[in-house]
Design a protein around this ligand. Structure first.
Ligand SMILES: O=C(O)/C=C/C(=O)CC(=O)C(=O)O
Ligand SMILES: [Mg+2]
Length: 218
């Protein structure tokens, strides 16, 4: 049963992965998208999780696979319509996450007004780092997250630049989707998203906290 597993292995629980989009102004700008007036969010299935040692697989219909590095917030206690003031009591820790995106498919979905599931929810679209307990990160809005491809820096962002703060996101999302212990919220990508090819190596990290590496495969 899920609750018998240690919380640090949240990715084995088969829980909700809620992803926030356009939460950094410079990323929205590089995508040619307007800034959101309220959080934009979408879901990935729990089978999207992938851990270090296993590859990120490009789906067969994708010709332009993009990386997006994001801070993940792990929920430790059920949250239903929680206030911003109480929101952080529901956080148990953090993880570094990649929101792997079939960008060509997403562009197609946007043009056709279709949901982003094919673009964002394929198997291995959510690589995650080790779990970081909340106590190790005194302020999640003061973190530098970065990503390199084959050793070259592509993304570097500061979580202080989020448009909607973590308490705001938890409060907003929990009004709509009840959040459960083990759920993960991806808080959006800073600028610098770009393509990866088969055999590329992605390295990403939270400065002074952790780093992780993944290979891309076809
Ligand atoms: O605005 C777009 O075209 C695309 C936005 C995203 O892919 C949203 C995210 O996933 C993000 O900002 O992290
Ligand atoms: Mg994203």
């Amino acid at each position: 049963m899920a609750t018998s597993k240690p919380l640090s292995r949240f990715w084995e629980w088969g829980k909700n992965i809620v992803c926030v989009g356009r939460n950094y102004a410079e990323h929205a700008k590089e995508m040619g998208s307007a800034l959101p007036a309220e959080p934009l969010f979408f879901l990935k299935p729990s089978s999207a999780y992938v851990r270090e040692g296993s590859p990120i697989l490009r789906p067969y219909y994708c010709r332009n696979l993009h990386h997006e590095v994001e801070l993940g917030v792990v929920i430790g206690k059920r949250a239903r319509a929680v206030s911003q003031e109480a929101a952080m009591e529901h956080v148990v820790g953090y993880a570094l996450c990649l929101d792997m995106t079939a960008r060509d498919t997403q562009e197609d979905c946007k043009k056709k007004g279709l949901p982003w599931t094919l673009a964002k929810g394929f198997g291995s679209s959510c690589p995650v780092s080790d779990f970081v307990p909340k106590e190790k990160i005194p302020d999640p809005h003061k973190l530098q997250i970065w990503l390199k491809v084959n050793g070259k820096l592509r993304q570097e962002g500061d979580t202080s630049s989020m448009i909607f703060s973590i308490p705001y996101l938890i409060s907003y999302i929990s009004e709509i989707i009840p959040l459960e212990e083990g759920d993960l919220i991806l808080t959006g990508s800073p600028k610098g998203v770009g393509s990866v090819e088969a055999n590329d190596e992605i390295e990403a990290g939270i400065r002074d906290v952790l780093s992780m590496r993944f290979k891309v495969a076809q």
